[in-house]
Design a protein around this ligand. Structure first.
Ligand code: BMA
Length: 841
């Protein structure tokens, strides 16, 4: 320890420029830890602001908690608080180190995450600099490295880097409608924190993860990972156990025993640990693994050294299959898990909050449980946000959610100078080591949309300059990121980008002429102007990893961050929150193709109806597109098809604003999420018109044969039979004076045990609502006439309905409501509102 403090360490972190590294931490006996989380002091550059600040945390939340600013999400505050990210800030704390800790051979200062550009000093002497929010930084504190302290705000730092760069690396700035900051591609920080087309600009700074001191005498475990390997030839499993330790004692010999008691497996290895850092991989041959079981097995690691580990390991294989498809030019693109082809059903995950320290474990769990409740089996962690916290991946392991993991690069070109590349390399190493033990992670993917940005020249790069950018692209994602991933983890596939043509992109030098080619790889497809009910417009892709439509969140969600004068579709608040150019107009135009647009004379009523109609449009559009992808699984039409994935854009929101999400900020389900629960159901009837026919197409994800009957009702409730192909004219005639405009069509599938799939009605009735019940509530809906898109909204009461939406004519229906916290029947009854298309007409 530096003598100046004699038992008292003073540490200040100056946010403003680059400590080194490490990964998983296992506490060993004889190791002592002191948490430095809690209250620190935060000061701005000229000392006019000095306040207590919570660690983990960031400047914005510290200012908020101390009352210096209001809710940053309130009204126009994102713009009003732009000054915060332009200043430099210093975090300071003092702490005492007990004498027994000081007596240890080594004391380390561990920052789980620093956001982003900072110099860390201890007792006035700089001990390191940081430049990447995705790194854990570890520093011995009994040595000094003199570093110059450069204190820069993330925004100013990004601008300086761009200025200093010898050529332009576009885009310079986000579109004006996003009201964001420029040059985010120069800083290894959450890319969407400088603004996105669904999110505000809050370039945060701070100690966003925990800080601690660790002291030890003999060794510290830096990294521990387990990777199961399946040998095709012997049909046997082995488990690779990677262990990286730092040894401070003399040469240590001993034994290490790996055992999986549940699988009658045990092996002992001789070990010699030399001073310094060593990394070894031990291969444990596993006796038996019952293939079909997706459950954890406990691995015990016993050693003669002072540490002992117990952890869960899982056995599964994953392959990304790209091979010729009969009757279709191109290559397949699908995931095979434990030897079985899997259709991925799910969505894309974006950061759940602008201030990561405000992301609660309960919030993460609620979102993941909502995904599973909607029959999703996969999520893509999108590359413009953050690598998620450990809890996210553990929950995905537990809930059976497959994770497509992007590296954090999105919608931009990136610099490749050496210090940037060093930082990226360390980021990739740390993140892959941290996450590779999670069976939920099934794919590493280099970036979001950067191949297509180059291929289709988003940034207007003149022809002669293109090779320079292609070279940078290959250097970053192929020569470095891919090479490192292959070195660190061969147990799962790697893709350079999304969308990509996969192997076909590789053959074209990693940038395909058309990365959207539906015959190869994955695609992203957005079209807001074409009628989304027309399925023939959708690309029959191998894998739809992004597609979607915007909607507005519910009134109760918006109400928390707005005032009555904001509640108008054409007002400044509505344009301020809309970060996608022309988004509000596009939503109404798409809705107008099938629904009457709200025209109530009462402005508030009209505003609420408009929010509702955007949700109706979004739910129905994403349903139409997803159903098309699901039925394209077994079809090859015109050489295209064999679709094996549908991940719509996007699952969640970062704030209260219009976006493509199916879940609002705060966790409330939009209409789309209820629809997703149905359109992702394991057995799904898809009804669509094909020429003169109405087709009911049965989709099943189950691996057993089903004997299914389609039941179809016209509006007068007569069963018109189990036919699968119905001429539309005959169908309309069969129910009296039906026309396309007056008819309701309902259908469901039923297996030979009488189990019914969801009933889909295109049009249903007027409603009357009552709430009662103790553990959960039942809302009774009654109607005497057809009411389409019946929508129940519980306002601010947290929870979700069991099902909702569609009633048969002259029927009553009970809908369960599961509250997510204490709520009385009266409270729910008061909060409930019901809207249907009839209210809008
Ligand atoms: C995509 C995504 C995001 C974006 C979304 C909606 O392509 O990768 O960048 O938010 O479209 O525009």
């Amino acid at each position: 320890m530096p003598p100046t403090c004699s038992g008292l360490l003073c540490l200040s972190l100056l946010l403003g420029k680059s400590l080194l590294v490490s990964s998983v931490q296992v506490v060993t006996s004889g190791q002592q830890n002191i948490s430095l989380n809690g209250k620190w002091t935060l000061e701005n550059s000229n000392g006019t602001l000095s306040l207590p600040a919570e660690v983990p945390g960031c400047v914005h939340t510290a200012l908020l908690k101390q009352g210096y600013i209001q809710d940053p999400y309130y009204r126009f505050n994102d713009v009003a608080y732009g000054w915060i990210a332009l200043d430099n800030w210093t975090y300071t704390t003092t702490f005492t180190v007990p004498s027994d800790m000081r007596a240890k051979q080594r004391v380390m200062l561990v920052f789980e995450g620093i956001d982003t550009i900072s110099t860390v000093s201890l007792n006035g002497a700089a001990v390191g600099r940081t430049d990447n929010m995705f790194l854990q930084y570890v520093r011995w504190v009994n040595s000094h490295d003199p570093h110059e302290a450069v204190h820069t705000s993330p925004v100013r730092y990004a601008a300086q880097r761009s200025e200093a760069h010898s050529y332009r690396v576009p885009p310079d700035c986000p579109p004006e409608v996003q009201q964001g900051q420029c040059h985010v591609n120069y800083i290894r920080k959450e890319q969407s924190s400088f603004s996105w087309d669904w999110g505000p600009s809050f370039p945060t700074a701070g100690l966003w993860k925990g800080v601690r001191l660790e002291a030890y005498d003999v060794l510290r475990v830096f990294h521990l990972a387990t990777v199961p390997v399946y040998n095709q030839t012997s049909s046997g499993w082995s488990l690779q156990v990677e262990l990286q330790v730092e040894v401070v004692a003399e040469v240590t010999r001993g034994q290490l025993t790996l055992s999986l008691p549940g699988l009658d497996t045990q092996q002992t290895f001789p070990v010699q640990l030399l001073p310094g850092r060593t990394r070894n991989t031990y291969t444990l041959h596993v006796n038996t693994v019952r293939q079909s079981e997706h459950r954890g097995n406990t691995l015990h690691i016993n050693t003669a050294f002072p540490f002992f580990v117990r952890l869960q390991v899982y056995f599964r294989t994953v392959e990304l299959v790209q091979e010729p498809v009969p009757g279709s030019p191109g290559l397949s693109f699908y995931f095979r898990v434990n030897g079985k082809a899997v259709f991925m059903k799910g969505s894309n995950w974006i950061p759940t909050h602008s201030f990561q320290d405000l992301v609660s474990p309960a919030g993460v769990r609620s979102l993941l449980e909502s995904a599973v409740a909607a029959n999703m089996n996969a999520l893509r962690v999108w590359g413009g946000g953050v690598y998620q916290q450990d809890l996210f991946y553990s929950l995905c392991d537990e809930l059976g959610v497959m994770v497509w993991q992007d590296f954090m690069f999105a919608c931009a070109l990136y610099p490749t100078e050496e210090d940037f590349m060093d930082s990226v390399r360390e980021e990739v190493r740390q993140q892959v080591r941290r996450l590779k033990s999670h069976p939920s992670v099934v794919l590493w993917s280099g970036n979001n949309e950067n191949e297509v940005a180059l291929a289709t020249n988003w940034f207007g790069i003149p022809g002669p300059e293109r090779p320079l950018y292609v070279k940078d692209y290959v250097k970053l994602y192929v020569d470095n990121i891919r090479a490192l991933v292959l070195e660190e983890d061969q147990s799962r596939p790697f893709l350079a980008s999304s969308p990509t043509n996969g192997l076909a992109s590789e053959r074209q030098g990693w940038v395909a002429d058309d990365p959207y080619d539906p015959r190869y790889g994955d695609t992203h497809y957005y079209s807001y102007s074409r009628d989304c009910w027309d399925w023939s417009a959708f690309p029959r892709t191998r894998f739809a990893s992004e597609y979607g439509f915007q909607s507005w969140p519910s009134f109760s969600t918006l109400q928390k961050v707005s005032v009555p004068e904001d509640w108008s579709w054409d007002g400044p608040f509505s344009s301020h929150r809309q970060h996608h150019a022309e988004g509000n107009r596009q939503m109404l135009e798409q809705a107008g193709l099938h629904y009457h647009l709200p025209n109530a004379t009462d402005p508030l009523r009209r505003y609420k109806h408009t929010l509702y109609i955007t949700q109706v449009m979004q739910a129905q559009c994403v349903k139409a597109q997803t159903e098309f992808y699901r039925r394209s699984r077994s079809e090859v039409v015109g050489g295209k098809g064999h679709t094996m994935g549908a991940l719509y854009w996007q699952l969640n929101d970062i704030w209260q604003a219009p976006s493509w999400s199916s879940i609002e900020f705060g966790g409330k389900w939009k209409m789309l999420h209820y629809f997703a629960q149905r359109f992702f159901a394991p057995v799904l009837p898809v009804g669509f018109e094909d020429g003169v026919s109405m087709v009911i197409y049965a989709v099943s994800d189950l691996s057993v044969d089903l004997n299914l009957t389609a039941q179809v009702w016209p509006v007068n409730n007569q069963t018109v039979g189990g036919e699968l192909l119905l001429p539309v004219d005959a169908l309309l005639k069969g129910c009296g004076n039906c026309t396309r405009r007056s008819c309701l069509l309902a259908f469901h599938l039923e297996d030979n045990h009488g189990n019914q799939g969801p009933t889909f009605l295109l049009f249903p009735p007027q409603t009357e609502v009552r709430g009662d019940g103790e553990r959960g509530y039942t809302v009774t809906l009654r109607s005497t006439s057809v009411a389409p898109f019946v929508w129940l909204d519980a306002g601010d009461v947290p929870g979700r309905f069991g099902s909702n939406g569609f009633l048969m004519a002259s029927r009553s229906q009970e809908v369960g409501f599961v509250p997510w916290g204490p709520t009385s029947a009266e409270e729910l009854g008061r909060a409930l509102t019901v809207t249907s298309l009839r209210d809008v007409y």
